[in-house]
Design a protein around this ligand. Structure first.
Ligand code: HEC
Length: 140
C-alpha cells in the first residue's frame, strides 16, 4: 500500500476510535439564576449563556471528537470563571466584581470568544447593548 493510503486509513481509524471518548456535556440544574434587569439578562442569555451558565445549547459538532473536547473545555472553564446560573449564590463582593468584569470583557473585545463569534456572528455585542450593560454595571 502507498504510504498515503496507509496514513488515511490510520487517520480514519483513529478518528473513529476517539469518538468513544466523550466529554461531560451535562447542564446542571439552575438554582440561582442571574436576577439583574431584564434587558441585561436578555443580552447575556443570547450572547454569553452558552459558556457562562448551566443552560448551554450543545450543537451537533459538540458531539464530534476532537472538537467536542475543545468546546467542552471552553464551557467548563467559562463556567468556572463566571456562571450566571450561580449568580444568586455569589457574595455581594463577588457579584460586584463579576458585574464590572462583564462590562470590561465585552468593552475590551475579549468576549464572546473569537472562535465562538466565527460560528455565531450574531452574538457580537452591539454598541447599544454595551450601553445597556454599562448603565446596569456602573449605575449612571
Ligand atoms: C465560547 C464560550 C464563551 C462565550 C460565548 C463567552 N465566554 Fe466569557 N469566558 C470563556 C472562557 C473559556 C473564559 C476563561 C478564559 C478566558 O478568560 O479567556 C471566559 C472568561 C470570562 C470572564 C472572566 C475573565 C477574567 O479575566 O476573569 C468574563 C467576565 C466573561 N468571560 C464574560 C463573558 C461575557 C459577558 C460573555 C457574553 C458577552 C461571554 N463571556 C461569552 C468562554 C466564553
Amino acid at each position: 500500500m502507498k504510504i498515503i493510503t496507509k496514513s488515511l486509513i490510520g487517520l480514519a481509524a483513529l478518528t473513529a476510535v476517539i469518538q468513544f471518548i466523550q466529554p461531560d456535556r451535562s447542564n446542571p440544574e439552575v438554582t440561582a439564576d442571574f436576577d439583574g434587569p431584564e434587558p441585561v439578562k436578555t443580552i447575556l442569555q443570547a450572547k454569553c449563556y452558552d459558556c457562562h451558565s448551566n443552560e448551554t445549547i450543545w450543537p451537533w459538532y459538540s458531539y464530534v471528537a476532537p472538537v467536542s473536547w475543545w468546546i467542552a473545555d471552553h464551557i467548563q472553564e467559562g463556567r468556572e470563571e463566571l456562571n450566571y446560573s450561580d449568580w444568586g449564590n455569589y457574595s455581594a463582593k463577588k457579584r460586584t466584581k463579576k458585574t464590572e468584569e462583564t462590562y470590561d470583557e465585552i468593552a475590551d473585545g475579549y468576549m464572546p470568544l473569537k472562535s465562538y463569534l466565527l460560528i455565531h456572528p450574531d452574538t457580537e455585542v452591539t454598541e447599544a447593548e454595551l450601553a445597556i450593560i454599562d448603565d446596569w454595571a456602573f449605575d449612571e
